[in-house]
Design a protein around this ligand. Structure first.
Ligand code: KG4
Ligand code: ZN
Length: 339
């Protein structure tokens, strides 16, 4: 019989302080303290994020333990995000994880945030199968846009990435221009539902291989808005839904094109999506259509595991625990940790 382990996952790489408790591969609690303070700045302010993590980490961990109904003495291991992310934010989570692991005398496990976005699909669920290897992993977040060949839980090779802005960043920057709060991705998604995606046309950038570029598209969007706002000062308000639908359609088309190309080149029929932008309804629709019409095997994460969360850190912790891959107390965090 499988040994029962309790893993505490801690995530603090950007602006969400999150803690989760897993019993093996099953999530018992998944708690997040969102930092509203960044909304009025139009983006994450690193210094404010670190301070908010410091204020939130103890209550969030306590809440995760309490919802899971276990005492910290029952924990088998602590998994934390080592990177990539904001240095000050990562330091708060890692210092807390190290101190708690030391005081409880249990293993410390370091987790790569981008691996975790893909491995969240291995969280146990009654109604979803887990992916089998190999697969094409696609991480779509506020900081990253990556195409990854995944051979096993920990054998991942990046084959493409953004050369400038991440897809989530492009959503957020276009949203900021339209006066939407940070993070603007979910709001653009909501407003786009009532808009015409063909109202405004934007060029799809041509980039070699499996890399993508989003900064030119963002500039094209800014130019269109500025040009039209000169003629009509209410241009944004008058066209908000159409602007959202049109830019969303193009942002998604850019990555869909690369997914199709990579899938063909590497003869992979299994596509696994992760990251905050995996919540986007347009990308979900496009991929679900491919699954239905072209028999792709598509894995879309449940919404609670799309944006940053600690359950995904916990599941990687569990995989590493059973493989005895432990972290070291003197290992420092890494803002630019690669896969
Ligand atoms: O993975 P995540 O929580 O944080 C990072 O690791 O970056 O991703 C956050 C990003 C933000 O840019 C946010 O605007 C975007 O995910 N996002 C969305 C949606 N939900 C979150 N973008 C488009 N449509 C959504 N529904
Ligand atoms: Zn993330």
């Amino acid at each position: 019989m499988k040994k029962t382990s309790y893993i505490l996952g801690i995530e603090s790489s950007c602006d969400d302080t999150a803690a989760a408790v897993l019993r093996n591969d099953e999530v018992l609690s998944n708690c997040i303290a969102n930092q509203k303070i960044h909304q009025s700045y139009g983006g994450v302010v690193p210094e404010l994020a670190s301070r908010a993590h410091q204020a939130n980490i103890v209550p969030v961990v306590q809440q995760a333990l309490s919802i899971a109904n276990i005492d910290k003495k029952e924990l088998s291991a602590i998994a934390y995000t080592r990177g990539p992310g904001l240095l000050g934010s990562l330091l708060v989570g890692s210092a807390f994880a190290k101190s708690l692991a030391l005081s409880l005398n249990i293993p410390l496990i370091e987790v790569n945030h981008m691996q975790a976005h893909l491995l969240c699909h291995f969280i146990k669920s009654e109604d979803r199968p887990v992916p089998t290897f190999p697969f094409l992993g696609v991480t779509l977040s506020g900081g990253h846009t990556q195409l990854v060949l995944v051979e096993s839980h920990f054998e991942m090779k990046e084959i493409g990435k953004t050369r400038d802005d991440a897809i989530g960043e492009a959503f957020d920057k276009c949203g900021k221009l339209m006066g939407l709060n940070y993070p603007a991705g979910p709001e653009i998604d909501r407003l786009a539902k009532l808009g015409n995606p063909d109202a405004f046309a934007f060029p799809i950038p041509k980039v070699e291989g499996f890399d993508v570029s989003y900064s030119g598209l963002k500039t094209a969007f800014i130019n269109l808005v500025h040009k039209n706002s000169h003629k009509n000062p209410n241009f944004i308000d008058d066209n908000l839904n159409d602007l959202c639908a049109s830019i969303q359609k193009t942002l998604v088309a850019v990555i869909m094109q690369k997914i199709i190309q990579a899938k063909e080149k590497y003869h992979l029929n299994r596509i696994v999506i992760g990251g905050g932008v995996a919540a986007n309804s347009e990308i979900r629709k496009k991929l679900s259509r491919k699954a239905k019409e072209n028999q792709w095997e598509v894995f879309l994460p449940p919404f609670q595991y799309t944006t940053d969360n600690a359950a995904m850190i916990g599941i990687v912790g569990y995989q590493k625990l059973i493989n005895q891959q432990f972290g070291m107390m003197n290992q420092s965090v890494s803002a630019r940790l690669s896969l």
